[in-house]
Design a protein around this ligand. Structure first.
Ligand SMILES: [Zn+2]
Length: 437
């Protein structure tokens, strides 16, 4: 696939994946098209060597894998991990707010969102709804309003003269989005309103009552190529749908001789502790089903490697002092190995060296990030998965700006190059056990 085609598909994927549920649905569609078979966790399975499969959990996490023709005891498993969730605003269970003449929604902040960029955006709502089908059965449905239905207007500078120096955002009082004018305050129940609105586009909801939901606000602005010469991409959720997509393409184009996996977990932005998060049982439970003997599984894990793929911070030209002078990744200069002495990243010299070799073999440049020593460091699924299953791991990702903003920015070459390295990893047959001398 050419870089241009890859980028177009990447932007389409992110644009049609406003929530982790939609991301998993789109990943499933691509996997189905490529002949991967869905295995339901509640059923019994027959996994054949050479077969291609995937499992999902909560509709928001997915693990796709190729069962190698060669025994995993010999080859280990080549794993790439990423996450499907991004910081955003989530609609509260009883969100109805009537202030002045406006109907507003109470929202929670999901994850470490940068809140200021959420003001003055054309926002839509998407997520999952649970409804009664009228015959006593509960059903779930993914919904996406797609059009701008909500806005969080800024307070004018005339009413806050210090706004450019010291405007703070109170997440309880300052960010409830406005949905519509409700002069008579007739709208008492958001669920009723939602049922009626969604039924306009979704006939299966006609006359049905929505019982519960997980709904998120998102920016309607489509992802775009940006920069005078198109050398950047701008979009919501680059962290971390970019890595999910790069991992997917690398897996789809892999040869499948050995066992390979792509793990895309939900809930990374809130600490990964959940049934479908990286600190939950999903991966371990899959491995135990594929390799039921514990001694056999332990041997396999110790021949395996996890590349934890999540974006890195490019050095911002207006804020260069926020980076260590020797570690300032530049957009389009290649993926970034992330290193942290306190194990906020799982990379060590062995796993870093393996990745350096993969980049060299692929002909892709590589950069290294370490935080300023006087700044706290973020973390990701790498250390969590490493700790829970005991697999050697490295953390790496493409450099970006504006991480956790409603619109982030990356280089237009990095995602494609990252995908090529991941593909080399999936196809490479060298041992992942580095011998001592
Ligand atoms: Zn991330």
């Amino acid at each position: 696939m050419s870089r241009q085609h890859f980028n177009q598909q990447l932007l389409d994927f992110i644009g049609t994946s406003p929530t982790p549920f939609h991301a998993v649905k789109n990943l499933r569609t691509a996997l189905d098209k490529a002949g991967f078979k869905y295995l339901a966790e509640e059923n019994s399975w027959q996994v054949q060597p050479g077969g291609r499969y995937y499992i999902t959990r909560n509709g928001s996490s997915i693990i796709a894998f190729v069962a190698g023709r060669k025994p995993a005891e010999d080859t280990g498993i080549r794993m790439v991990g990423a996450h499907t969730d991004s910081p955003c605003l989530k609609v509260k269970p009883q969100p109805e707010l009537h202030r002045q003449n406006y109907f507003q929604l109470g929202v929670e902040v999901y994850g470490g969102a940068l809140l200021n960029p959420w003001f003055d955006r054309d926002l839509s709502i998407a997520g999952r709804v649970i409804f009664d089908d009228g015959e006593g059965q509960l059903r779930q449905l993914l919904v996406d309003m797609q059009r701008p239905v909500a806005v969080i207007p800024s307070l004018a500078i005339h009413l806050d003269r210090d706004a450019n120096n010291e405007r703070k955002v109170n997440p309880q009082t300052d960010i409830p989005p406005l949905l519509f004018l409700d002069r008579d305050k007739n709208t008492k129940d958001f669920r009723q309103l939602l049922s009626a609105e969604l039924a306009k586009d979704e006939p299966s909801l006609s006359g049905k009552t929505i019982i519960d939901y997980e709904l998120y606000l998102y920016d309607c602005q489509a992802p775009a190529r940006t920069g005078l010469y198109g050398e950047f991409i701008s979009s919501a959720r680059l962290d971390n749908l970019l890595s999910c997509f790069a991992g997917l393409q690398a897996l789809l184009e892999s040869e499948g001789q050995q066992t390979t996996m792509l793990i895309c977990n939900d809930h990374e932005e809130v600490g990964s502790v959940s049934a479908c998060g990286a600190n939950g049982s999903m991966l371990r439970s899959l491995l135990e089903r594929l390799f039921p003997q514990s001694e056999q599984l332990t041997r396999i894990i110790h021949r395996s490697l996890l590349i934890s793929a999540d974006n890195a911070h490019g050095i911002h030209p207006n804020f260069t002092d926020r980076h260590d002078g020797n570690h300032g990744p530049i957009l389009n200069d290649g993926p970034v190995l992330k290193v942290n002495a306190n194990q906020r990243y799982a990379t060590n010299s062995v796993t870093a060296a393996i990745f350096r070799q993969l980049c060299k073999r692929t002909g892709v440049p590589l950069q290294v990030f370490v935080n300023r020593t006087d700044l706290g460091c973020g973390s990701t699924i790498g250390p969590i998965t490493a700790a829970s299953i005991g697999i050697q791991t490295l953390d790496v990702g493409v450099p970006t700006f504006a991480m956790h903003s409603i619109r982030e920015m990356a280089g237009s070459e990095d995602a494609y190059n990252f995908c090529r390295v991941l593909n080399t990893f999936y196809n490479d047959t060298d041992s992942l056990v580095i011998q001592e001398i």
